[in-house]
Design a protein around this ligand. Structure first.
Ligand SMILES: Cc1ncc(COP(=O)(O)O)c(C=O)c1O
Length: 406
């Protein structure tokens, strides 16, 4: 479970005071909670002497990215970006040491990648096939384009007939990775920076999912089986490449749900986390994660259709991924509010069941949490950054800067 979350009436009143007079809907980030999450996530990374790269897709706000890098200085280093245009945008804001974690073959991206590297910024691109190398060919400018090989560490029992994990890279053996590394070495204009092996079936699966509890034992089993296999696969890949004379400057792995596990792995030079800083509600159901909810959105109550119900304006901010109840926004404060089965979080209105003992009127705010940390920023142009009893800053999200990268 997440750290004992404060869902008291006093916390509702505090947030309500903080946003009094603001136009709704709005989104805000509680910096005290972010600070607590930084400490939680960094503890195992520090212990292991590793560094942590921030997954910017799970933040999507330059102010917050800068805040994380400043607060975690020395341990938080670099950005795991989700698009070349985003990476270039971040270099304009002074960021360096960026890995774009998802491949592209778009000529405009490849040109841009070459440009930012020629300008002295380090922006690497993940690759997993000769097609990716072909796309980059001919674009490199005065300095080579750094590339990172994406290695698949999914769990594939029954001789690969069952695939438990994400479907990304086809490179599953040290030899397959080595073959691509050799091709990179033979191409002018490219430089092998390192490896990335994301353990999605560990980092991305909550083993105490309240929406489908019957599957939780299977989830725990998958994670238990995966851990030693993932660690062994990463180690074997690294050793194979080193034996052939490759220098692996960066080996990235892990995500919010696996920071502690991945930090302890000798083969990795760094881990990644993004969602955990804001603790979107998908991360409430990992028993070992003690994170505090830090990002919220507030809707106004506009009407009351029946006793025991209120209706909010807007709110249909469903998350990406396999469709299911866990992708819906979570009514957070006042505690005990529930979405209705018939409407859920609606396109223009969201009705809620109100628990006994709670009285709400038109004009009152309701605070929700999004299932995914970064996607909240796509619905709002601005985040209020709050601490204690005050709004410390206001910062545009990527959307607020007129930028969208997907
Ligand atoms: C390559 C990669 N690394 C790490 C992560 C973990 O990100 P987060 O900490 O936001 O869950 C992801 C998420 O999808 C990812 O794609």
């Amino acid at each position: 479970m997440a750290a004992p979350a404060d869902r008291s009436p006093a916390e509702y009143t505090r947030y309500r005071r903080l946003i009094a007079g603001e136009r709704l809907p709005l989104a805000f980030v509680d910096l005290d909670a972010v600070d607590a999450n930084i400490e939680r996530l960094l503890a195992p990374v520090r212990r292991a002497g590793k560094t942590l790269r921030v997954a910017s897709k799970s933040v999507r706000c330059v102010w917050l990215l800068k805040y994380l890098l400043a607060r975690g200085a020395g341990t938080i280093r670099g950005i795991l970006s989700y698009a070349v245009e985003e990476a270039a945008f971040l270099t304009e804001h002074g960021f360096d040491d960026i890995i774009v974690a998802y491949p592209t073959v778009q000529p405009s991206d490849c040109r841009l990648l070459a440009q930012v590297n020629a300008a002295g910024r380090r922006v690497a691109l993940v690759v997993d096939s000769p097609a990716h190398l072909d796309a980059l060919a001919g674009h490199a400018g005065s300095s080579p384009i750094p590339v990172v090989i994406d290695v698949d560490v999914s769990l594939r029992p029954l001789g690969g007939r069952l695939h438990l994990g994400v479907r990304r890279s086809p490179l599953r053996t040290p030899d397959a990775v080595l073959r691509l590394a050799e091709q990179i070495r033979n191409r002018s204009g490219l430089r092998l920076l390192g490896l990335m092996a994301y353990d999605a079936q560990i980092a991305g699966i909550a083993e105490r999912n309240p929406h489908s509890p019957l599957l939780n034992p299977a989830r725990r089993l998958i994670k238990r089986f995966s851990r030693p296999r993932v660690a062994a696969a990463r180690q074997a890949t690294l050793e194979r490449l080193r034996r052939e004379g490759f220098t692996i400057e960066v080996f990235n792995g892990g995500g919010t749900g696996s920071v502690a596990f991945a930090s302890g792995e000798e083969a990795l030079t760094e881990v990644t986390a993004g969602s955990g800083f804001l603790c979107s509600h998908l991360f409430d159901h990992y028993p070992h994660l003690q994170l505090r909810p830090a990002a919220f959105f507030a809707l106004q109550i506009v009407r009351i259709s029946d006793d025991g119900f209120v209706t909010c304006h807007g709110g249909g901010f469903a998350a990406s991924g396999p469709p299911g109840a866990d992708r819906a926004p979570l009514p957070w404060l006042p505690a005990g509010l529930r979405l209705t089965a018939f409407e859920g979080a609606g396109e223009v209105q969201t009705p809620l069941r109100v628990p006994a003992g709670v009285t709400l009127r038109p004009g009152d705010p309701v605070f929700f949490r999004h299932a995914k940390a970064g996607e909240l920023a796509e619905h709002f142009t601005e985040y209020l950054l709050v601490r204690g009893e005050r709004i410390e800053a206001r910062a545009p999200t990527y959307r607020g800067e007129g930028r969208s990268f997907l």
